[in-house]
Design a protein around this ligand. Sequence first.
Ligand code: GRF
Length: 261
Amino acid sequence: MTSVGVLASGRGSNFRAIVDHRGLNVLTGVEIGVLLYNYADAPVATIAEEYGIPARLVEHRDRSRLEFETEIVETLGSYGIELVCLAGWDRIIGSEFFSKYRWRIMNIHPALLPAFGEKGLNADFVHEAVLQYGAKVTGCSVYFIDVSVEKGPIILQKPVEIREREISLFPTSRRESVEILSDRVLMQEHRLYSKAIQLYAEGRLQIRESVSELENSTRRVVFVDADDNWEKEWTRKQQPFLEHQRELWASNKSVTSRDLL
Ligand code: GRF
């Protein structure tokens, strides 16, 4: 059984999606051991309460990074956490944390890395930058955190085509256009993160070195050991989550939800 710890700072929709995958038995051989959050009023804490998942507040304010990360590592240790999933976590991972959980910390980013992965491009700023640039495809990426560079080896990505409507709406109705796109990407994030967790739990992710003679450099890449049968089986297993997700978004009365289904 792989015990997963989720670190989140805000809304928590990715946390909810992971927990729902577990509750619907889509994620197997995995338990969600603890949620760590770093703001007392973070909505994600309420979600943990709703699902009966242990949640611990670890505040970063008024203390050194070392103290903060030592508490995180100790707390994760006390829950026997093997894999850490950052889901809307707004702190940089320092060396203390990284060295204890090397290649065991995943993150999700709402764009196709390495594009639109620069520092500061988080939350809606990413989608704004994508639309501003005039890109035709965006998406989401799940990757392993690497302390030496801002982003680490990519595990999975899912492309999302940008609709002409979003592009044409952008100059006059920025907010609406960004909202629609960010929700469409978010739906895919919710589906993709659990897939990466399942692959990890089954020991199907290997990090290999890839040497580039052209650039005279070595980079780490993730090899995913999953064939077509595994993919088919995952698609079948994930159906209950997709149905649940459709219901959830359909009951959402926001403007953007109409564009999603
Ligand atoms: C998501 O878009 C995620 O990709 C990014 O932060 C956002 C978190 O949303 N890292 P939520 O808190 O999971 O709803």
